[in-house]
Design a protein around this ligand. Structure first.
Ligand code: AMP
Ligand code: MG
Length: 328
């Protein structure tokens, strides 16, 4: 299969045509690129799992362009859920609610709940609108690999496996949506993201962040290896240990690279590094692109620990998985 990469109106028209004919299409959102199919077409949904090589017991998020689409998808929407929706949608959040009968179990991996997201990205919204149906989509990477934040990243993983990538440039947020489960008595964050627990607590009073044993996989990365570069990756707790890990790797003949924010990058004494920028938003926006580049130019990746405050906590949630939990 030849994979087209298109931009603008032509891309959206072609994308909507392919979705109507039961195909999958990669599209940009403000978080990461998604791999979408008509959420009501089970055969099309199966193609997402096939293209990604993703286990079918990992549910997909259903993307909508307009809040009115919620009616046919979710049931028993609580007042608390409505307040989260009105505060953060459209935006980088997925809300888990009781699913309506119309949503196929292949989308929700057999769960009686469905994750709904309304992206703020203009191209994503135009695409979903043009499709005229909710779009089920996970991230557009091969299962376990780094999530894509550009059309090039998608192409690297999906060339020959899908018919179309809609190119909408680089993703603004850079990590996947926050997932909050509003189907339970106590709202629970299943995956942290740019909408932080602090922001949610302001609307809900209190939220629970996920902790404890995994019984059924509810959020990505809990059960499966995720966000993994193709070479060994470690997280360095400070500049000193980053430099040491780098030098040790070099001595072993590995080609190391350090991923760091600007203020740290200045202290690396000319060692090969990727500078993410200064602000927390830049660190978040650029982290996946940096991991993509790092695995191409290096054989060993050292990533700075960015702390747990605000969005940095969400970035570290991903980076710790990339590193398989290894801190030096
Ligand atoms: P992704 O893995 O982006 O690449 O996005 C899909 C993720 O959303 C899944 O891995 C799930 O963990 C999460 N998700 C979607 N629907 C549900 C649901 N009904 N309950 C819990 N998590 C969900
Ligand atoms: Mg993913």
């Amino acid at each position: 299969m030849r994979t087209l990469v298109l931009k603008g109106k032509e891309a959206i028209e072609k994308g909507a045509e392919l979705i109507a004919s039961g195909e999958v299409v990669a599209f940009p959102t403000e978080t990461v690129y998604g791999l979408g199919a008509d959420a009501f077409n089970e055969e099309a949904v199966k193609k997402i799992f096939a293209a990604k090589g993703r286990p079918s017991d990992n549910p997909l998020i259903v993307h909508i362009a307009d809040i009115s689409a919620l009616d046919g998808l979710a049931e028993d929407v609580s007042e608390a859920a409505k307040s989260v929706i009105s505060a953060f949608m459209p935006g980088p959040i997925t809300v888990i609610m009781k699913k309506s009968e119309k949503v196929p179990l292949s989308v929700t991996a057999g769960l009686d709940t469905v994750g709904i997201r309304m992206p703020s990205h203009v191209v994503a919204r135009e695409f979903i609108k043009a499709c005229g149906t909710p779009i089920a989509a996970p991230s557009a990477n091969r299962s376990t690999h780094i999530s894509p934040t550009s059309a090039e990243h998608v192409f690297e993983d999906m060339d020959g496996r899908i018919p179309l990538i809609i190119d909408g440039g680089d993703c603004e947020v850079g990590i996947e949506s926050t997932i909050i489960d509003m189907s339970t008595d106590v709202p629970t964050i299943l995956r942290p993201g740019a909408v932080t627990s602090e922001m949610l607590a302001e609307v809900l009073g209190a939220v629970k962040t996920f902790s404890g044993k995994v019984v059924v996989a509810k959020a990505p990365g809990m059960k499966y290896k995720h966000y993994a570069p193709s070479c060994e990756t470690v997280v360095a707790k400070d500049v000193g240990s980053a430099v040491k890990a780098y030098d040790d790797a070099e001595e072993k003949g590995l080609k190391p690279v350090i991923i760091a924010r600007s203020s740290t990058a200045e202290k690396l004494g000319g060692r090969t590094h990727i500078d993410l920028g200064s602000s927390d938003a830049e660190v978040c926006r650029n982290i996946y692109a940096a991991l993509h580049r790092a695995e191409k130019i290096a054989g060993f990746i050292v990533c700075e620990h960015f702390g747990e405050k605000g969005v940095c906590g969400s970035v570290m949630n991903r980076v710790m998985k990339s590193a398989g939990g290894k801190i030096v």
